[in-house]
Design a protein around this ligand. Sequence first.
Ligand SMILES: Nc1ncnc2c1ncn2[C@@H]1O[C@H](COP(=O)(O)OP(=O)(O)OP(=O)(O)O)[C@@H](O)[C@H]1O
Length: 306
Amino acid sequence: MVTDSGGIRADGVRRSFGTVHAVADVDLVAEPGRVTALIGPNGSGKTTLLLMLAGLLRPDGGTVRVAGFDPVTESYAARARTGWMPDVFGTWDSLTAREVLTTVAAAYRLDRAAGEARASELLALVHLQDLADAPAHVLSRGQKQRLGLARALVHDPDVLLLDEPASGLDPRSRVDLRVLVRDLAASGKTILVSSHVLTELDEMADDAVFISKGRTVATQSVTGGDEPRQWRMLALDPAALIAWLESSETAYEPDPTGGVLVDLRGEAAAAALLRSAVEADVPVVSLAPAGGVLEQTYLALEEERR
Ligand SMILES: Nc1ncnc2c1ncn2[C@@H]1O[C@H](COP(=O)(O)OP(=O)(O)OP(=O)(O)O)[C@@H](O)[C@H]1O
C-alpha cells in the first residue's frame, strides 16, 4: 500500500495549457516495489502528468504525493527522492557521458570521489563504459536513452518516472532495460513507466493505469489477474476443433489465421480446455493468449470510446 512515505499518489490532478486540458482529471496510485505502466494514446496527457509528478510543472488543481512529498510545496524533498527520465534526453553536448553523470552527482551534492564512483558504476550498468569519455553528442539515440536512464539513477531515488524509456533501444538493450527495471522494483523502488509498446509493458509491469483525453479511464493488475482474455487455439484439423467446441458448448469466434478465439479466465482455465481437447483427440497444435493483456484492454477501451 502507498503510505505517506512511499509510492506515488495523484488525486484529481489537472493541468491546462490555454484552452487545451492536457490533464483534466487523473487519479493514479503506484506502489513501492512495483512497476506501474502509464498507458494512453498520443496526446492523452502522459508526459504532462509525469512532468507534474517530477515537480517540473505545476498542477492547476488536485493533489500529488511522490515518496510522501508534494512536488510543489516540498520540491527539494520530493526531487531528492525522484529520478526522472524524459522521453527525449537533451545532453550537454560539450560534456562526455561520464561528465554528464558526475555533474548531476555534484548537483545532488555527492562529493567528487563518490560522484566519480557512482558515474563508473552507472556507466557499467547501462553498458556505456566504452563510450564513457566520448562527448555525449556522439552517442546514438539509443545510447543517449541509456545515459538518460543512468542520469535518473545517480542519486539512488526511491521513485522512478520513466517516459518512453525503451524508445530507440535495440532488442538487447530493451531486454537489459526490462531486467534493470524489475531489479529496481525488487529492491523496493516505485516505478512509473509510460510506453506505447504494450507487449513490452506486459513483461515489465505489475499494474497499469490507462488514461485517455487527460482522464484516468481504467486501472488493471497485469500479474496474477484472471480477467477474461482471448486465447487463440489452432489445430491440425480445424473442422475437428470446431466440431468439438460446438459439441462441448464452448463459445468461440473464428480467427483469420484459421484457428479460433476463445475467452478464458486465467491460465488454469486454458490448461483445462487444452486437457479436454486432447482427451477428445482434437489435434491441437497451440493455445496461447491472442495479444498481450494490456493490448486487449487498450483496444477494448479505444473501441468503447469511439
Ligand atoms: N507546453 C504545452 N503547451 C501547449 N499544449 C501542450 C503543452 N504540452 C502538452 N500540450 C498538449 O497537451 C496534450 C497532452 O500532451 P502530452 O505530451 O502530455 O501527451 P502524451 O500522452 O505524452 O502524448 P504522446 O503519447 O504523443 O507522447 C496534447 O494535446 C498537447 O498538444
